[in-house]
Design a protein around this ligand. Structure first.
Ligand code: ZN
Length: 333
């Protein structure tokens, strides 16, 4: 190769290298210089964009994290802690309770089917499919979602569907029941209370008071069944733990419950009196939908298909009886 040829060759190689470098530099720069705000953040549709909700249809929130079975009975089933999904887009929550209420997701679907078969119409049911490590749909939004926008969106959908079901029930029936379905495990000391704990926002220490002390309108007005007590011809204490109480009705079908005539209070032991959902969606602060938190033990209730089915059948009977005795009519004529 002559000198001239060598020079030409060198300049071609140089040009190629130069162009190559230039290109890769441009490519690098094109990544770096894109302003952050041009990366589109997912825009969520307006809550309720999927309305109207027809009984017999199912609706889903974003990514199907939340399920809503629309109904036509004055009953709402809420199942916040039975989910198992762990999507990577939502980091684990860093504080709060993380325990899954085993089988409540599956059991509640059996309750829905049982009620539908019994009454010929459907309760409303809202379920969270996310595991509790990702969201807690029974807490305020801050503790529930811990500032993750996807978890926060799921939380909003969960409560939006409940709110929508409540509105429908209030306008069609005038009153209704909201049941928040949970499961409790063994106490920290290892003792497993095999009774179902019914939460009305009455702390255990208050339930441990004598009837005369407890039976005040001040206490009644603090409960999640305030509207139901007002409608009932029975006294507050009778509705809470007398013969016609939810607990005594459950007890009469073999499901020991606190409070009830037989078990008026927890007697100082561990007991859950109702959480965020019971407070928000019950009638303590007005409205005509009354709420009860149902904390079922696993043995004998959440255990397997047979126990779900037996419990669902008892629950349907009790809900109907309770509604009839205090609100004056059958759930479905
Ligand atoms: Zn729970």
């Amino acid at each position: 190769m002559s000198f001239l040829h060598k020079s030409i060759f060198a300049s071609i190689v140089f040009s190629i290298l130069f162009i190559g470098c230039q290109e890769s530099k441009d490519a690098e720069e094109s990544v770096v210089i894109v302003p952050k705000d041009t990366v589109k953040e997912e825009v969520f549709p307006k809550l309720g964009h999927d309305a109207p909700y027809y009984a017999d249809s199912m609706y889903y929130g974003r990514e199907k994290y939340i399920e809503y079975y629309a109904g036509n009975l004055p009953i709402i089933l809420s199942v916040p802690h039975g989910g198992r999904e762990v999507p990577s887009e939502i980091p684990d929550r860093s504080y709060g309770t993380m325990v899954t209420d085993d089988n409540t997701y599956e059991m509640s679907k059996v309750i829905l089917d049982t009620m539908e078969a019994r009454f010929g119409a459907k309760p409303h049911m809202i379920l969270c499919r996310l595991k509790r490590t990702k969201i807690d749909a029974n807490r305020d939004s801050l503790e529930a979602a811990q500032e993750n926008r996807f978890a926060h969106r799921a939380w909003q959908e969960y409560h939006y569907y409940i709110g929508s079901a409540k509105k429908k029930i209030e306008s069609e029936f005038g009153s209704g029941l909201f049941l928040d379905i949970h499961g409790h495990g063994a106490n920290p000391d290892g003792y497993y209370d095999l009774r179902t704990w019914l939460g009305y926002l009455m702390p255990g220490s208050v339930l441990d008071q004598a009837d005369e002390e407890l039976n005040t309108s001040e206490n009644s007005n603090k409960t999640s069944i305030r509207a139901l007590v007002d409608s009932s011809s029975f006294s507050f204490i009778e509705v809470l733990r007398g013969k016609h109480s939810f607990g005594s009705l459950m007890d009469s079908l073999g499901y020991k419950s606190v409070p009830s005539k037989k078990y008026p209070g927890p007697e100082g032991s561990r007991y859950f009196s109702g959480g965020y959902n019971t407070a928000r969606h019950g009638s303590r602060n007005g409205g005509t939908i009354s709420a009860i938190q149902i904390e079922a033990p696993k043995p004998g209730i959440r255990e397997n298909q047979q126990t779900w089915s037996n419990f669902a059948s008892a629950l349907a009977t009790v809900v109907d009886e309770y509604y009839f005795r205090h609100l004056g009519r059958r759930i479905k004529n």
